[in-house]
Design a protein around this ligand. Structure first.
Ligand SMILES: Cc1[nH+]cc(COP(=O)(O)O)c(CN[C@@H](CCC(=O)O)C(=O)O)c1O
Length: 306
């Protein structure tokens, strides 16, 4: 996965990939006390550009605030480091992983005496759910693991430790022969995927769960909502979707930085619509990738050029 990656930015320095290590007694390793982002740089018609970088950076710092993680760099410093890292790696498109975590210091649950360590890595990362997934869709299953409630672990923060919930759901789904899971929240309504938001199409209108359903406020989700509305669709943001409504949907699709816009062709072995990418999904996916290719004036503020 990381073949050809030479450099990582770590705590203010560019270091060789193999030297980008942390101590085994790092607080974040033991207690999941870190925050991170998943971001993509695309090779647009105007050159390589990070997609919605400002929103991702802001979410990283918002996530850190929830855990009193004081990132010892300004957003502008992390931004310049990231742009320089992409240039050093000579990548036209890549996946970007900033992370900040309580590092090597005293152990014990209270992290207040642990230093905050920060790193940024970039690498090429293709279709998250498989090359054929974007065209043909994926087969998913409802997980027996519920999404933790935002009252238990704040779901508006991308917390490293919280992703054990996503790992359990994905392990269960893939272990049973599916590509991905859909997780329900503690009320039993649809939340999202382990690493994606979810959209439902019914009678030409689009529905997607809101923050009250214990989901991550996805930046791709917001982009899809904006694009869909610009295409003239009615989008019901904040929808409460039952498990049964997944089965009777005309179309379903995931959204996410890694997943981009990935059609869902079956849920629990029930074909969704015609069992392939639906027409609304196709129109939105096409518009999404066209915008990433063309970086049009209309969405100019979505792109930070390398
Ligand atoms: C739980 C969750 N929900 C929704 C999303 C979509 O959010 P956004 O990327 O802002 O549109 C992601 C991103 N998942 C990231 C991590 C994936 C991973 O395997 O690690 C990602 O897509 O980069 C989530 O982790």
């Amino acid at each position: 996965m990381f073949e050809g990656v030479d450099t990582v930015w770590q705590d203010g320095e560019f270091v060789d990939f193999e030297d980008a290590t942390t101590h085994v007694l790092t607080h974040g390793l033991h207690y999941g006390t870190g925050v991170f982002e998943g971001v993509r740089c695309y090779d647009t018609a105007n050159g390589p550009a990070i997609f919605r970088w400002e929103e991702h950076l802001q979410r990283l710092y918002d996530s850190a605030k929830v855990y009193d993680i004081e990132i010892p760099f300004e957003q502008a410093e992390l931004s310049e480091a990231t742009l320089e890292l992409i240039r050093r790696e000579e990548l036209q498109s890549c996946y970007i992983r900033p992370i900040a975590y309580y590092g090597y210091g005293p152990l014990g649950l209270n992290p207040s005496k642990s230093p905050v360590e920060t790193a940024i890595a970039v690498w090429p990362w293709g279709a998250y759910l498989g090359e054929e997934a974007l065209e043909e869709g994926v087969d998913v299953a409802i997980s027996s693991w519920r999404k933790h409630a935002s009252s238990q672990i704040p779901t508006n923060a991308k917390t490293t430790g919280a992703y054990v919930n996503s790992v359990l759901a994905n392990l269960e789904a893939t272990g049973n022969g599916y590509t991905e899971a859909i997780v329900l929240n503690k009320e039993g309504n649809v939340a999202e995927g382990p690493g994606e938001n979810i959209f439902l199409v019914r009678d030409g209108e689009i529905h997607t769960p809101g923050l009250a359903e214990s989901i991550l406020d996805g930046i791709t989700r917001q982009s899809v909502i904006d694009l869909a509305e610009d295409l003239g669709y009615t989008v019901h943001e904040g929808a409460t979707i039952s498990r049964g409504e997944l089965y009777t949907a005309d179309e379903l699709f995931f959204s996410g930085t890694a997943a981009e816009v990935t059609p869902i062709r079956s849920v629990d072995d029930n074909e969704i619509g015609a069992g392939t990418k639906g027409p609304v999904t196709d129109e939105i996916q096409t518009r999404f990738f066209d915008v990433l290719d063309e970086a049009p004036e209309q969405y100019d503020d979505w792109f930070t050029y390398v």
